[in-house]
Design a protein around this ligand. Sequence first.
Ligand SMILES: [Zn+2]
Length: 445
Amino acid sequence: MAEQLVSTVDEQALDEVVTFTSELIRIDTTNRGGGDCKERPAAEYAASKLAEAGLEPTILERTPGRGNVVARIAGTDPSAEALLVHGHLDVVPAEAADWSVPPFSGEIRDGVVWGRGAVDMKNMDAMILATVRQWARVGFRPRRDIVIAFTADEEASAEDGSGFLADRHADLFEGCTEGISESGAFTFHDGSGKEIYPIGAGERGTGWLELTARGKAGHGSKVNPANAVSRLAAAVARIGAHEWPIRLTPTVRAALSELAALYGIEADVHAADFDVDGLIARLGPAASLVEATVRNSSNPTMLSAGYKINVIPGEATAHVDGRYLPGTEDEFRATLDQLTGPDVDWDYHHREVALQAPVDSPTFARMRAAVQEFAPEGHPVPYCMSGGTDAKQFSRLGITGYGFAPLKLPEGFDYQALFHGVDERVPVEALHFGVRVLDRFLRSA
Ligand SMILES: [Zn+2]
């Protein structure tokens, strides 16, 4: 065990993580949804880097051009459960005019790598590549089998990416019980000097709703008690104003407990009269790590009805971005039935499961330890993601997903703002930290 406590990442791995991040950014994999994306060149790039390390990657496509890559590293203990390490290759669009640098330049300037995907998540893709290539150089084999997957289509439906892999290529993930990927173990600066490292251990489910109100079409000057627009507007207003009740999942309860301890706030998170909102109000900026995940949510986002000002349409539609916590889907559905009322129908436009991962598992403890080793001043805490990742699709294979893509960010780098934001960028030092922590965790996993 002793040799595992020495930093095992060499100079070449530190160089490669930066080069690979930059080069992956230069491969434009903008995903505009509706199938408008080509991940294939990025998939070939990643596959070639894995092949150079002696692995045998497979490129898989459901739709031509939508490349996914899967490779397996055989562990030393064949009886151990396998670990999935995955990252998506696509990125959200970037409006070049808004940026300080061309968003697909991958420019490295003043110790910072710039471009779309620098934090979401070509950084992690590069960290995975740099780590396993170093293992090949020194002949290291992990204890567990490690399955590496680079996916297409995460930023849209995942149908050409993790959904396709989970449904059609389950055999490639045989033995995988746990997975790690994006949106965890980054530095969250609380503004008063504390550095928090939220590690993802759950995701809210996606419940995107389509509402349809039907009524009686007619002249706008007449009496009409069955006006579809009024019916829809009333339902949308009720949904938007609804105060969802507190529903604490084990992950969020643990997050609240650890944050309370960190700020020296007395709170018994298991007490029946635990004042959740009262605690959150005292957490300062750190409240943003938990406030969106203590209850379900339903935000109206789209409205559509009518074609002429003096014609009452017979139908009106709306869309609502709903999110529900693990274990609350039945309640979510029943509440929506109530809020929409008898005159408005609703259905799922898109639905994805909610996820819950244990925070008392050996794997969670190892992620926490790996962060603490390289950021001794940091405070790792579990958290639940308010949105979703590829982990939802891989959960169909019985894989428990964690958010662990370590990055040590300096003050002023607001991870959540850079995510899908303008001038997305990542410091070279953050990538170096990431590859060290990822290597340490994977060696211990
Ligand atoms: Zn992402």
